[in-house]
Design a protein around this ligand. Structure first.
Ligand code: MV4
Length: 446
């Protein structure tokens, strides 16, 4: 097992990783930007190193600086957390080149799944269902017209280097192809410095369903069920839950087996998530996230499995400590993301936390780096806490969440608690009647 892990991240996820390390008897090194000196996990870590100025590009994305910190403190592994360098092939390779273990998959899988066209082709070849489309990059407007005729409208242009919705443009008819194609290409170029785009049939009202998988280097692959992440705005997830109200027992089994088979065929080692769109009882593979995810705690509470601990064990060459038949799914879990944002406009609201009280009790988990008098800086992601609620069934989970959200006090900065208080009382949410567009369509009337 590793002796000392450098946590190349900040905020709540850095605290989460630090907790796993402490439990496993592994020493921790926190790295932080200048303004982040007083972060909770920096206080809790065995050692800390300032890696640069406040801008993420100069600190949390500064590969040379992070590698120096790891060398200086004698770390034998680096956990990249979520976002930042977690899916960066070059970083993973450089970490390995320094004789340090990157806690994540092989760089070749970061590259393969990072290229959305290649990821889709690979998954389709393994029998994973995908949306009908161009099967590769689209070069010209004429070609786009021909493909659209074949697959039918509406169609969607997507960026090959994309993810997070950037570079996506819908065309509802022949007349919209030219502008959609050009806009998608221009946006892809400016966002990813790559104007390669491809086409798919546009699914109009799908759910976002993702499957958590874990696999070791000995060919053992298990899934921890699905998470429904349909409640989102602007490609930012707001609520995640498991199990999804949209799936039957049989559909859950089918998608779990599809995910396991794909991961086995890939030869993928580590934790990961396969993202699907789900519409009219059909799954369509979208992307694979080759890292830990913010919402991993939902699956942890549902199954009792510590995903971060397993991730670290697997990276150090150990076997999965359980098999699929050991995985028990118990009750219902909903995660509420608390962001330092206005609950109405979603504009960031950095500043000092004047008063803080977190709810508690049976089945309430709080993952957060906040403390009273902490100042939320304006430079990074606005996630400040995750309230993860577990109960025997969905109705109890929602009523428990109402109580927990009413107990929660975060004063001094605007945050999304009030939005969640409305959501847990909303009829569509209570009935499970929603898709990926629900929140944006209903925000005005909440
Ligand atoms: C789609 C789609 C509809 N049809 N693909 C958005 C980001 C990227 N990961 C995939 N995305 C979508 N792909 C087809 N063929 C709709 C979306 C989409 C979306 C997907 C998941 C969660 C939220 C979303 C919000 C808008 C659009």
């Amino acid at each position: 097992m590793f002796r000392k892990i450098l946590i190349a991240n900040r905020g709540e996820i850095a605290v989460r990783i630090l907790r796993a390390c402490k439990m496993m008897g592994i020493k921790t090194v926190a790295v932080h930007s200048v303004i982040d000196e007083a972060l909770m996990h920096v206080r809790l870590a065995d050692e800390s190193v300032c890696i640069g100025p406040d801008k993420a590009a100069d600190s949390y994305l500064n590969i040379a600086s992070i590698l120096s910190a790891a060398e200086l403190t004698g770390c034998d592994a680096i956990h990249p957390g979520v976002g930042f360098l977690s899916e960066n092939e070059k970083f993973a390779k450089m970490v390995a080149g320094h004789g340090i273990k990157f806690i994540g998959p092989d760089p070749r899988h970061l590259a393969e799944m990072g290229d959305k066209i290649l990821a889709k082709k690979t998954m389709a070849s393994y029998g994973v269902p995908v949306v009908k489309g161009s099967n590769g990059n689209v070069q010209s407007i004429d070609e786009a017209m021909d493909i659209a005729e074949e697959i039918g409208y509406p169609i969607l242009f997507k960026a090959a280097s994309g993810g997070g919705g950037k570079g996506m443009k819908v065309a509802n008819s022949t007349s919209e192809i030219e502008s959609a194609f050009k806009l998608a290409k221009a946006e892809s170029k400016s966002s990813f410095n790559d104007d390669t785009v491809y086409m798919e049939r546009y699914l109009q009202n799908p759910r976002h369903i993702e499957v958590q998988i874990i696999s070791d280097a000995f060919g053992n692959v298990i899934h921890l069920g699905e998470r429904d992440c349909s409640i989102q705005r602007n490609h930012q997830k707001i609520i995640e839950e498991a199990p999804s109200t949209a799936l039957s027992h049989d559909q859950r089994k089918v998608i779990g087996e599809i995910a396991i088979n794909a991961v086995k065929r890939l030869g993928y080692v580590g934790v990961g998530t396969l993202e699907f769109l789900y519409e009219n009882n059909e799954f369509f593979f979208m992307e694979m996230n080759t890292r830990l995810q913010v919402e991993h705690g939902v699956s942890e509470e549902l199954t009792g499995i510590d995903i971060v601990k397993e991730q670290i064990r697997i990276a150090s060459g150990e076997r999965l400590s359980f098999s699929q038949s050991d995985v028990q799914f118990s009750g219902h879990v909903i995660e509420f993301r608390i962001n330092a944002e206005s609950p109405d406009t979603f504009l960031p609201s950095p500043g000092k936390v004047d008063e803080l009280f977190f709810p508690g009790g049976n089945g309430i988990r709080i993952d957060s780096h906040l403390y009273r008098d902490y100042t939320v800086p304006p430079f990074y992601d606005s996630l400040i806490a995750k309230i993860i609620v577990h109960a025997d069934n969905r109705a109890d989970c929602l009523s428990k969440a109402m109580g927990a959200l009413d107990e929660l006090v975060i004063d001094g900065i605007l945050n999304t608690t009030d939005l969640h208080k409305k959501l847990v009382r909303n009829n569509d949410i209570i009935l499970g009647n929603f898709n990926i567009h629900w929140l944006e369509k209903n925000l005005g009337g909440l």
